[in-house]
Design a protein around this ligand. Sequence first.
Ligand SMILES: Cc1cc2nc3c(=O)[nH]c(=O)nc-3n(C[C@H](O)[C@H](O)[C@H](O)COP(=O)(O)OP(=O)(O)OC[C@H]3O[C@@H](n4cnc5c(N)ncnc54)[C@H](O)[C@@H]3O)c2cc1C
Length: 409
Amino acid sequence: MKHRTTRVAVLGAGLQGSSVALALAHAGYAVTLLDRAPGPLYRSSLRNEGKIHLGFVYCNDPDRKTPPLMLRCALEFAPLLERWLGHALPWAEWRSAPFQYALMRESMVNLFDIQQAFHRLDADYRAMRDSSMSYLGVNPDRLCGEAIPVLEGSHFSCARVSHTITTSELALDLTPFCAAVRQILIHDQRIDGRYGVDVREVKRRHGGFEICGHTRDGAQWTTEAEVVVNCLWEGRLLVDDMLGYAPSRPHLHRLKYRLIGSMKKSVPGLMSCTLILGAFGDLVLNKSGRHYFSWHPGCMLESTNRIAPPDSWQAACDGVVTDEIRQKVTAAIMHGLGDVIPSVTSVQPLAVDAGVICAWGETDIVDPSSGLHRRHDIGVHEHDGYYSIDSGKFTCAPAFARDLVQLLK
Ligand SMILES: Cc1cc2nc3c(=O)[nH]c(=O)nc-3n(C[C@H](O)[C@H](O)[C@H](O)COP(=O)(O)OP(=O)(O)OC[C@H]3O[C@@H](n4cnc5c(N)ncnc54)[C@H](O)[C@@H]3O)c2cc1C
């Protein structure tokens, strides 16, 4: 068994690395948290949709394992973070409007099968529910209602959407959430945060590891640790490969853009929304008025099966996009999502940025057999003192950090 003064180097300070650092510090380990960004939570963990998945969107998983995994992780998300921080967090300020699922007429899965999958998830939830549960500070009786046909005059185009199902699913407003967690991490005396350092190599040394890289000004840099936890997301497979742990199957890195915008006028009754099932879009309504808009064909602009994405993706993932991309993404969302939810055309664009999505599989979501519908084969991989975490989804980060600490113990 490892001694509690074991020094653990956590590579990557997205929500996965940050959760691992908090969980390890809480368990008494000495933690160094490394990231090339100027601080924690500036990359995919800041630039995603923020949905804390209950599992609905994975209803096409033939193994039926992804929805229960998401449900477990979602229900652990808030309690684990609060346990490690030692205090409550203001979830009510950060919670989005609940999600409605809108069944597109060209959905890959029919209404009957969708309803069956949603009911299964709801039944799983009700079987495990107890009074102390906190899904982002709420404890709903049920996860979803019945499918309702879309009528003329609703928020959706009848020509495009046949039914809606209202759920208890929520997203987090990522700007204030990440800012709050960032401040906690930066001021946490138990965590040695080293930012602005690019990890280039990890080598096994007697009794531990040497981690090498360089700083923003190009200076060489090294540190040592007895245990390494790789939470580098799009940089993860490259470092695993250097240590001899090549990916065992095909993988896909995708660059996905998003639009943050406000509504020019309020739209009574409109909820957050996911269009299912296929390469469609999402809308997340936040209390801050900074809403999330996405239209898959106009936002998923690049993909690669290479072991790491090209450097040309970096700028967009740091929030820097060209005027041409900003206009292209905004126009695609207005046109694509606006054709399904007409009130979206009144959006006032505020920002466009992107994040990387790493997943197993070779093809995109439009392929019914794509690995992207199966997201259950994720989590912690252990290799004799070296741990590599495939976080899979933002939703799973705290649960996988807890799994890591249990493995270390
Ligand atoms: C548009 C979009 C929408 C999404 N929507 C959702 C959603 O609604 N719900 C959900 O659960 N998930 C969603 N995801 C997925 C989610 O964003 C990721 O699963 C999650 O953020 C991964 O967290 P992470 O900590 O592993 O990665 P990151 O947050 O990217 O953290 C990895 C860190 O490693 C650092 N790093 C990488 N390489 C190096 C290196 N060589 N040296 C030093 N540092 C390095 C990076 O700077 C970064 O800070 C979405 C993703 C995108 C792009």
